[in-house]
Write a new protein. Structure first.
Length: 95
């Protein structure tokens, strides 16, 4: 599962618009829709409902969004915990 797709779902929850989500992530509308469809296939549930007025998350979509927020919070904690183990890269400009 790609976390990008979860990020699209979280943004869609706030914006209510596939187009606005696509603009925010600098991807096409089709990429956002395909990402969410990928999640729907993965979990075998409908996550969003769209009409002429925009998109809303289904009850299952709300649940996935809730867990997605937890995943992103844990990702930040993991990144912090790994800092002591990371090799420090030194930037060397090209000659």
């Amino acid at each position: 599962m790609q976390t990008d797709f979860l990020a699209y779902l979280l943004d869609l929850k706030e914006s209510g618009s596939l187009s606005k989500t696509a603009q925010k992530y600098y991807v096409s509308y089709q990429s956002v829709r395909a990402g969410i469809k990928n999640l729907e296939r993965l979990f075998a549930v409908e996550l969003i409902r769209c009409d002429n007025h925009g998109c809303v998350l289904t009850e299952a979509g709300e649940l996935v969004a809730e867990y997605a927020q937890k995943i992103f919070r844990e990702k930040v904690f993991l990144e912090e915990a790994l800092k002591p183990f990371q090799k420090h890269a030194v930037y060397k400009p090209r000659d």
